[in-house]
Design a protein around this ligand. Structure first.
Ligand SMILES: Nc1ncnc2c1ncn2[C@@H]1O[C@H](COP(=O)(O)OP(=O)(O)OP(=O)(O)O)[C@@H](O)[C@H]1O
Ligand code: SF4
Ligand SMILES: [Mg+2]
Length: 334
């Protein structure tokens, strides 16, 4: 397999009143062609800013640095604004949380679907229209040809999000980044849309970076899972490693907060992680999770590096693999 996305030591700093907010603190990961990577972690841990940094869509005040930021062989750090505009929506697309902010209320669904393709590809209107209908059918929208003439407000939230997915596929991207694409939707259709995204990802062979709080869906569709905490990666491994033998206490805490088919035992009490995420303003020394960790010891105040084992499973904890596994059930029942 070859890497379609390589991120090394990505940092995002935002000057705020009272100092600099270090929102993303040295994040590294890569994505193979056709792979699904899910990014999980509590609110405010830097998931969205990581994805916006890749797309070149950070808030104006934010500063981005990285040792490496390569997409499909292109160095995103040296890409001009114009090059980034060409890359976005063509080879690298993003699906946002709230379709109403991404869809223009003044234009029809058809015009908006076709726009990116007419801009990026040398195709006729008829060809773009044909692809739009094909993709609307793919995302499960019936009467696709008729829908092209409708405006966003004429569709339900679920249909709008399906349109957004179709739009992200128009140019045949190498990677789709989806940042909590379903949180604005009714809970009953959230998992359905995420599974649809996963099916399309497999059918079209794209890479998918999915940010979601739904660990049940992550367990079903992820090849790899990246767990973020306070702007850092605290665990990175295959879905089997992260769900089957999580090595970071924070990951174990997250897994206990949510029912996960195949993992949570019937009748098992769900937990919560006590305490709050530390402030990201100013430097954090040592393990950022230590105020909330049942295994914390004094040396954790100086420990801050990723360990890895021979299978490539990474975790940021003073406990080695054997200790972490042997203590997995201790002190974590909250
Ligand atoms: N424009 C901004 N100005 C200042 N701080 C910001 C800005 N955007 C995000 N932040 C801060 O950066 C940190 C990371 O934010 P981010 O949106 O990436 O979190 P997240 O993991 O996506 O959270 P959520 O799950 O709630 O979407 C948070 O502390 C947030 O308050
Ligand atoms: S380094 Fe220490 S405080 Fe941090 S997760 Fe590991 S045991 Fe807990
Ligand atoms: Mg977010």
């Amino acid at each position: 397999m070859s890497k379609v996305l390589e991120v090394e030591n990505l940092r995002v700093d935002i000057p705020v009143a009272g100092g600099v907010l270090h929102a993303v603190r040295g994040v590294s990961f890569s994505l193979e062609k056709g792979e699904t990577l899910c990014i999980v972690g509590e609110s405010g841990c830097g998931k969205s800013l990581t994805s916006l940094a890749l797309m070149g869509l950070l808030p104006r005040a934010a500063r981005r640095t990285a040792d490496k930021l390569i997409f499909d062989g292109i160095d995103l750090q040296s890409a001009s604004r114009r090059q980034m505009q060409t890359i976005r929506g063509d080879r690298l697309s993003m699906i946002f949380q709230e379709p109403m902010t991404s869809l223009n209320p003044a234009y029809t669904i058809g015009d908006q679907l076709m726009e990116a393709m007419l801009w990026h590809k040398r195709v006729s209107r008829a060809e773009a229209r044909e692809r739009a209908i094909f993709l609307l059918e793919k995302v499960g929208i019936t009467g696709a040809a008729k829908r092209l003439g409708q405006y966003p407000h004429q569709l339900s939230g679920g249909l709008r999000q399906r349109v957004m997915i179709a739009m992200s596929l128009m140019c045949g991207p190498a990677v789709i980044i989806a940042d909590e694409p379903t949180t604005a939707l009714d809970v009953t259709i959230q998992a359905q849309i995420l599974l649809l995204l996963s099916e399309l990802q497999a059918e079209f062979g794209m890479g998918l970076v999915l940010i979601t709080h739904d660990l049940g869906v992550v367990a079903r569709i992820a090849d790899r899972v990246l767990v973020m905490y306070a702007g850092q990666v605290v665990e990175n491994g295959s879905a089997r490693q992260v769900f089957g033998a999580p090595l970071h206490p924070y990951t174990r805490g997250l897994l206990r907060c949510m029912p996960i088919p195949g993992r949570t035992r019937p009748g098992e009490r769900l937990g919560s992680i006590p305490g709050i995420v530390p402030s990201l303003i100013g430097e954090i020394r040592g393990c950022a999770f230590r105020d909330r960790c049942g295994h914390a010891r004094s040396a954790c105040a100086d420990f801050d590096r990723l360990r890895h084992n021979e299978t490539g499973h990474e975790w940021r904890c003073i406990m080695d693999e054997a200790e972490s596994l042997s203590r997995a059930d201790e002190l974590e029942d909250v």
